[in-house]
Design a protein around this ligand. Structure first.
Ligand SMILES: Nc1ncnc2c1ncn2[C@@H]1O[C@H](COP(=O)(O)OP(=O)(O)O)[C@@H](O)[C@H]1O
Ligand SMILES: Cc1cn([C@H]2C[C@H](O)[C@@H](COP(=O)(O)O)O2)c(=O)[nH]c1=O
Length: 180
């Protein structure tokens, strides 16, 4: 494999369908290297969407060997692929896969629960050939939501969780969590 590949990035808040799109992208090919961060232990060795779809994936804390054997790479939750949870520079590794000709499809949160950008995702945006911004539905009013709110403060910026801890929110209903 050689020549210019392609980096496609799905970003948005939680519940926006990022995993669903990645699973569809992975399922469209016979041979795919699907990766998820070792930090996210919620769903075992699978990419899982809340719409019920799933796809077998490798849980990694560093870039896998033999990745060059794959022309399609799919990776979810890239915001977790940072030190000390990930050893290496995921942006450089994905860019290198793209440059050797792979089609790389990545999903991640563009901003954290404080509405601050995840720096690793912002860096990746610079190299993306296509960025798809997805929206969820606000948990309060059901209007389009581009933010994630945390329902109570735990003191952790990176913390796996679902609806018990996070909600999609629109501009009007986003707020910082109450500090206990
Ligand atoms: N607030 C919400 N807004 C939109 N979809 C939601 C919401 N809560 C649950 N869902 C469900 O979640 C699915 C998307 O989930 P998922 O693919 O896991 O998204 P993401 O990876 O972006 O968190 C939607 O198809 C819908 O069925
Ligand atoms: C906003 C926010 C989220 N997280 C965590 C919570 C979830 O485990 C993932 C996002 O999963 P999804 O597939 O996009 O629903 O990220 C976090 O650690 N910090 C945050 O600020």
């Amino acid at each position: 494999m050689s020549g210019k590949g392609r980096l496609v990035l799905y970003v948005g808040p939680m519940f926006a369908g990022k995993s669903s799109h990645l699973i569809k992208a992975a399922s469209a090919h016979e041979r795919v290297l699907a990766l998820k961060p070792g930090f996210d232990t919620r769903d075992g060795a699978e990419l899982v969407s809340r719409d019920g779809s799933h796809f077998a994936a490798r849980s990694v804390r560093r870039w896998p060997s033999h990745s060059e054997d794959y022309s399609h790479i799919v990776l979810d939750e890239v915001q977790f692929m940072v030190s000390p949870h990930y050893e290496g520079d995921i942006v450089a590794e994905l860019q290198s896969a793209r440059l050797r000709g792979a089609t790389v499809t990545v999903g991640g949160l563009d901003s954290d629960y404080r509405q601050e950008p995840f720096e690793i995702v912002s860096r990746l945006m610079q190299f993306a050939d296509e960025i798809i911004h997805l929206e969820a539905r606000c948990h309060v009013c059901n209007q389009p939501a581009q933010w994630t709110a945390k329902t109570h403060e735990t003191g952790h910026l990176l913390e796996t969780g679902d609806q018990e801890l996070y909600e999609a929110r629109c501009d009007e209903h986003w707020c910082l969590p109450e500090v206990p």
